[in-house]
Design a protein around this ligand. Structure first.
Ligand SMILES: NC(=O)c1ccc[n+]([C@@H]2O[C@H](COP(=O)([O-])OP(=O)(O)OC[C@H]3O[C@@H](n4cnc5c(N)ncnc54)[C@H](OP(=O)(O)O)[C@@H]3O)[C@@H](O)[C@H]2O)c1
Length: 254
């Protein structure tokens, strides 16, 4: 056991089948949490659940397509009926589509907005309604991006959704502080995962990433777990509305 920072807590983590979501799920379980794992791919979720069982914690793998916005409330109610209340919500699932803005497909725009922004909002609502009704505190962590701070060509929907998620984080933090629900975000720099695999393998792109990153490397999913554990824990009880950038120094440099 690493530590028991999250003992007796239940966390729901979207995008938990691989990449950043998987790393956070494993870190939370090692810190004593039971974890609800959500994505569309059952085989990936089951592997993560098996690893979590190895730490002596409970995992509930649940497949769900977060673009089905109108089904989210029912899905949340169904899961929590089985697992009991959720103490920590981590919105990690995200999609990106790259295309010139002049020709950006309308369906890809809508998909990114649905999965990256509207689904996290719906889940935040479900989570907060339960917490408020039970008069219990809660922690929400939203995964944003450097694209919440500055633009880049050919990812208009992704940038719009992530910057929207940053301000949504601040808005909910202000509104829900009265209920002791902390709402924070983590903004990863460039992290090696399946999402970024084509970029990692593109030599000019990797050279550009290294030139912009004072730490001179791509991040790993494990680099995000410290910030996630901290924001999910009682150590962060007086922190809300913040984004912690885990970016190797990217945003610190002009
Ligand atoms: N990697 C980076 O450099 C980087 C940088 C900044 C921000 N981020 C953000 O960090 C988050 C995770 O990124 P990652 O690199 O770990 O990505 P990834 O490896 O592609 O994983 C994305 C996860 O989201 C799930 N997902 C995607 N669409 C979904 C949907 N419609 N319904 C349910 N689950 C869905 C995927 O599972 P299924 O496909 O099985 O559903 C997968 O588990 C994203 O929000 C991303 O924008 C990443």
């Amino acid at each position: 056991m690493q530590n028991q920072l999250l003992e007796n807590k239940t966390a729901l983590i979207t995008g938990a089948g691989r990449g950043i979501g998987k790393a956070i799920a494993l870190a939370f379980a090692q810190a004593g949490a039971d974890v609800i794992l959500v994505s569309r791919t059952a085989t990936e979720l089951q592997k993560v659940a098996d690893e979590i069982a190895g730490f002596g914690r409970q995992a509930w793998p649940r497949t769900f397509d977060l673009s089905q916005l109108d089904d989210i409330a029912g899905f949340y109610a169904q899961i929590t009926a089985q697992t009991g209340p959720v103490d920590i919500l981590v919105n990690v699932a995200g999609v990106i589509h790259r295309a010139a803005s002049l020709d950006f497909p309308a369906d890809k725009w809508q998909q990114a907005l649905n999965v990256n922004l509207s689904a996290p909002f719906r889940l935040c609502q479900c989570f907060a309604r339960d917490r408020v009704a039970a008069q219990k505190p809660g922690k929400i962590i939203n995964i944003t991006s450097l694209l919440a701070e500055a633009g880049r060509a050919s990812i208009p929907a992704y940038a719009a959704s992530k910057s929207g998620l940053k301000i949504l984080t601040q808005t909910l933090a202000v509104e829900w502080a009265q209920y002791h629900i902390n709402v924070n975000a983590i903004g990863p720099g460039y992290i090696e995962t399946e999402l970024t695999e084509p970029l990692v393998n593109n030599e000019p792109f990797t050279s550009w990433v290294l030139s912009k990153t004072p730490m001179q490397r791509w991040g790993t999913p494990g680099d995000l777990t410290g910030a996630a554990l901290f924001l999910a824990s009682a150590q962060a009880d007086f922190i809300t509305g913040q984004t912690i950038y885990v970016d190797g120094g990217w945003l610190a440099q002009i």
